[in-house]
Design a protein around this ligand. Structure first.
Ligand code: NAD
Length: 252
């Protein structure tokens, strides 16, 4: 490894799990591309990293758009260095029971999670292969196991697990590992929106979810960042094609 830090890309890192992961990887010594839909929205993540002495680059891109993905990876390579760590975290929900789910609800979720992870991984893998080192972490979910009102979301989160296992097989010989972290209930804007949609008071909803979780609390974005930090570390080079449920209990 050269003296310059490895470059990690974390998609959807303006807030929530992505922001915590970007901050954690910067603290671990990576230079981090903080990528989200709107470049201005990542300023707070970039500022926090900078205030702790880390290096971060703000990047605006829609991961489901091939041209924006190509431009973003070119920008990262030029301004930060060739990326060899990728965390596909960007995500959206469009929950509805199947009979009410629109084609747009379906396509939006499929495009962000599956097309987005495919496009980002395809764009970054060349740098990993050139470096004979790479770490890919795809953020799945316990919803991959099935969840009422989430036929679109559970499909893509299960799909990411298959994608990950194939990446592990194709890229292993180049020193590249690919794994999934599958979070359970994590406090974020996404789960706050779910409580709103269900018409539930947030504090009551949170307490109920905590009670249903074996460790007796809801997850925090930092819980997921910690698992990602392990998977992208040098020492995790023999862990590949796996799904780690980070859910405060067994989920698979
Ligand atoms: P969040 O809504 O707080 O953050 C998601 C981020 O992704 C946002 O900043 C958003 O702007 C960005 N994003 C959305 N579409 C994008 C696109 N097309 N291109 C680039 N960025 C885009 O959600 P979160 O809870 O932090 O979730 C992060 C990831 O973790 C998601 O993949 C989500 O499905 C997954 N997850 C979350 C939970 C949970 O309980 N919060 C559980 C399991 C899995």
């Amino acid at each position: 490894m050269s003296d310059s830090p490895r470059v990690a890309v974390v998609t959807g890192s303006a807030r929530g799990i992505g922001a915590a992961t970007a901050q954690r990887l910067a603290a671990d010594g990576f230079a981090v591309a903080v990528l989200d839909l709107d470049e201005s929205a990542v300023a707070s993540t970039v500022d926090v990293i900078g205030s702790h002495g880390g290096r971060a680059l703000a990047v605006g891109a829609d991961v489901s758009d091939p041209e924006q993905v190509t431009a973003a990876v070119n920008q990262i390579t030029t301004e930060l260095g060739a990326p060899t760590v990728l965390v596909n975290n960007a995500g959206v929900t469009r929950d509805n029971l199947l009979f009410k789910m629109t084609v747009d609800d379906w396509d939006t979720v499929v495009n962000v999670h599956l097309r987005g992870s495919f496009l980002m991984t395809r764009a970054v893998q060349k740098h990993m292969v050139d470096a004979r080192f790479g770490r890919i972490v795809n953020i799945s979910s316990t919803s991959a196991l099935g969840n009422r009102g989430q036929s679109n979301y559970s499909t893509v989160k299960a799909g990411l697990q298959g994608f990950t296992k194939t990446l592990a097989i194709e890229l292993g010989k180049f020193g590249v590992t690919a794994n999934c972290v599958a979070p359970g209930f994590i406090v974020s804007d996404m789960t706050k929106a779910t409580a709103d949609r269900l018409g539930a008071d947030w504090d009551t909803y949170l307490a109920t979810r905590a009670k249903q979780t074996p460790v007796g609390r809801a997850g925090q974005p930092q819980d997921i960042a910690h698992a990602v930090s392990f998977l992208v570390s040098d020492g995790a080079g023999f862990v590949s094609g796996q799904v780690i449920y980070v859910a405060g209990g067994p989920k698979a």
